[in-house]
Design a binder for this molecule. Structure first.
Ligand code: SF4
Length: 490
């Protein structure tokens, strides 16, 4: 049973800890806004916080484990803090989180709205008034009200898996979620998934697919733009299923273009079968505001394995799609996910995958090493691949990924890129993403902060310390019109 810490105190400082996908991230941005609006300082140290909000992830067993570690560490560092825990791990395994911290308040995904309401009530008393009672564990059985939920997916996540993300394989989705995310706004357009990929637990954690009304999405992009964000990343668990009373994703993007001043739009990820001609037309006709970067999960280069995964396309379709994207948007960056070591993947299947990955000439490959996720059909399949083989294939896939990124970066040399700057590196150089999402550095500016500036940069060489990063020369710069309010930044 949950119980409150003995002596509730006013909330002056809070930590917001987020694991997992960009959907989680956009949700926690809402929490951060609420906290800032109430004058709460966001800090990094658990020991300094009166309140800790943790948004968990269950996409892999390791993600579950990390979620519990964060909760345990927060409690250990601060025995008196109010700790609110939400997200997919709560939906799937609330009991383990309750063991990790019996005093934490748990909210599954369907209870996030209630968590926000209770948080607002709690913050209203930041002047030291009596503490409201927060409700405790929301779901006892790993489900919300017994209803099936969507799998979590992975970041671009909007894809779900029960895999282990191999180190260095998901840099775009996980690791760069730092300062850059205060530059780009992650706008949630969709939640849940009604697909049934056999490795994925996310539908159980997130429920079936539903879309955020287009009016709300447009309002959110306007709000983000007014707050100083220059790029909106549209996120969803299965964003391509977007449908607001017949308005598909292409129509939503067209509305955002027409009704907001946002300068750059990116899509976090999209399933292959959802990249329609209509969407590509909107993208290509956006005057450069829709960025030439698509994250399209492949998962396997073997059609038998794709069928066993419950995917809705074959390799020929995927290869044709990549060509179609490049014809519509020349030079577009196409990133793929791949799962190695799925049950039934023999050497010949893996070779087919490796060959396809080479042939597709991708801009990035996010590698996931399969590990059986209890509760998914794949965990019960015959033909489980031994750990050693999975690790070897994963290493081979990571090598292909590194080659792909380096090759793609090199193609930018000599070109002018529009770079949204995000943060300085420890050595003072400024770092940002070009339209294609490739990373670009420039020399330290003469004192002027470049964060949130969009610079025109000539790509001159490859960074000797990172073969997938470009070193450029700043030619001109467009500073943000409005300074991002402190409250919106941190
Ligand atoms: S599309 Fe498949 S992998 Fe992605 S969330 Fe849905 S079930 Fe999971």
């Amino acid at each position: 049973m949950n119980r409150s810490p003995a002596a509730p105190s006013p909330v002056r400082r809070a930590v917001v800890a987020n694991l997992g996908c960009k959907v989680n991230q956009s949700e926690m941005e809402a929490v951060e806004r609420l906290l800032r609006a109430r004058g709460v300082e966001l800090v990094d140290a658990y020991a300094a916080a009166d309140l800790v909000v943790v948004n968990t992830c269950t996409v892999t067993s390791i993600a579950d484990q990390k979620s519990r570690q964060v909760v345990r560490r927060a409690r250990r560092m601060n025995p008196d803090a109010q700790i609110l825990v939400t997200g997919c791990s709560v939906a799937i395994d609330p009991e383990s989180l309750a063991v990790a911290d019996p005093m934490a308040r748990l909210y599954d995904n369907d209870s996030k709205g209630r968590m926000m309401a209770e948080l607002a009530g709690l913050l209203a008393l930041a002047d030291g008034g009596p503490m409201p009672t927060l409700s405790g564990v929301e779901s006892a059985g790993g489900r919300t009200g017994g209803r099936a939920v969507e799998p979590a997916v992975e970041p671009s996540l909007g894809r779900a898996v029960e895999l282990e993300a191999d180190e260095g394989s998901v840099e775009d989705d996980f690791a760069d979620r730092t300062d850059s995310d205060r530059t780009r706004a992650f706008v949630k357009i969709q939640d849940g998934c009604s697909f049934h990929c056999t490795y994925c637990i996310i539908p159980r954690a997130r429920g079936s697919a539903r879309s955020v009304p287009a009016d709300e999405v447009v309002a959110e992009v306007r709000r983000a733009t007014a707050a100083g964000h220059r790029e909106a990343v549209l996120t969803g668990i299965n964003a391509g299923t977007y449908d607001d009373a017949g308005l598909p994703l292409a129509g939503l993007v067209a509305r955002i273009l027409a009704e907001t001043p946002v300068e750059r739009i990116r899509l976090s990820s999209i399933e292959p079968q959802h990249v329609t001609g209509e969407l590509l037309d909107v993208w290509a006709g956006s005057g450069g505001r829709c960025l030439p970067h698509f994250h399209i999960p492949l998962q396997s280069g073997d059609d038998t394995i794709l069928r066993r995964m419950g995917r809705h396309y074959d390799t020929a379709f995927y290869a044709e799609l990549v060509g179609r994207v490049r014809r519509a948007i020349p030079g577009a960056a196409v990133h793929a996910d791949v799962i190695v070591g799925f049950p039934g993947e023999d050497e010949a299947s893996w070779e087919r995958t490796a060959t396809l990955l080479r042939e597709l000439d991708l801009a990035g490959i996010h590698v996931f090493r399969y590990s059986a996720r209890p509760g998914t059909p794949a965990a019960r399949m015959v033909g489980q691949v031994d750990v050693r083989t999975r690790k070897r294939r994963s290493a081979e896939a990571l090598a292909l990924a590194a080659e792909a990124r380096a090759r793609f970066a090199e193609r930018h040399l000599g070109r002018e890129l529009r770079v949204l700057f995000e943060r300085p590196l420890p050595d003072g150089r400024r770092l940002g993403h070009a339209e294609s999402h490739v990373l670009v550095t420039v020399a330290p500016s003469d004192g002027g902060p470049l964060t949130r500036a969009i610079g025109v940069v000539r790509a001159e060489s490859i960074d000797p310390t990172a073969p997938d990063r470009i070193v450029g020369r700043l030619l001109s710069i467009s500073l943000p019109k409005e300074p991002l309010a402190e409250s919106a930044l941190k």
